[in-house]
Write a protein that binds this ligand. Structure first.
Ligand code: BMP
Length: 230
């Protein structure tokens, strides 16, 4: 938690890596230190390159960013715990789990294991795409209830529907960290989630697939400076 908060002082930006950035991940990590606090690596990237590759990629940059494994855990505790051990082995600081899997034999076990391993746990409270409104987002209060019981301190909530960010802040106060995807490619504007109370915005394609990711990063960072001034 402290690492995330300290790193977050330089920028409210987490970059999502699901595919290889146009300039390559290694170059991006070398060049983006002043603009980016966190790096979220998704399953497509992990499966494409493999655990050992990702481990070696993270290692030299572990002091520059906080690294989040986006596995969106959604299984029985036994299976989730195996995945958490792999996550820890790769050197990640944090992991994302779904919240809808419920407390017993699932989230309770995940929380215990992440505490043991020293991994910070983010729970998906609501999602950013339209279909999330069908089932998942209707249940945000139940997910928050379970999170309170477990003492969860990290949440994923959508920039595209910032009302859910506000709900988390209202229910859990200032002590929790909210990270928010859905910015740019999915429709939300840079700064929307921060204004609703999120600590970080997650941006993937808009940055990593742009012809000049570093230039995109610079531009986005300028926008954040404006948001912070206001
Ligand atoms: P992009 O900026 O390219 O749309 O990427 C968004 C990232 O956030 C993806 O890695 C996706 O897995 C993640 N994400 C999301 O888009 N919506 C959610 O509700 C939860 C997510 O983790």
């Amino acid at each position: 938690l402290n690492k995330i908060l300290t790193k977050g002082e330089k920028s409210p930006l987490i970059v999502a890596i699901d595919v290889e950035p146009k300039i390559g991940l290694k170059n991006l990590l070398s060049e983006a230190k002043e603009f980016v606090s966190g790096i979220k690596i998704g399953l497509p990237y992990l499966l494409t390159h493999g655990m050992m590759y990702v481990k070696e990629m993270i290692k030299p940059f572990i002091d520059d960013y906080f690294f989040i494994a986006d596995l969106k855990l959604a299984d029985i505790g036994f299976v989730c715990k195996l995945l958490l051990e792999k996550t820890h082995l790769m050197g990640f600081d944090a992991v994302i789990s779904h919240g809808f899997i419920g407390l017993q034999d699932a989230l309770a076990e995940i929380k215990k294991k992440t505490d043991e391993l020293g991994l910070f746990l983010f729970i998906v409270a609501a999602m950013s795409h339209r279909g999330a409104e069908d089932i998942l987002n209707k249940n945000i209060m139940k997910i928050l209830e379970i999170s309170k019981i477990l003492g969860i301190e990290g949440f994923v909530a959508p920039a595209t529907m910032p009302n859910y960010i506000k709900v988390i802040r209202k229910e859990l106060g200032d002590r929790v960290i909210i990270i928010s995807p859905g910015v740019s490619t999915q429709g939300a504007s840079v700064g929307d989630a921060l204004k609703a109370g999120a600590n970080f915005e997650i941006i993937g394609r808009k940055i990593i697939l742009s012809e000049n990711p570093l230039e995109s990063l610079r531009k986005i960072n300028e926008l954040y400076k404006d948001v912070r001034k206001r």
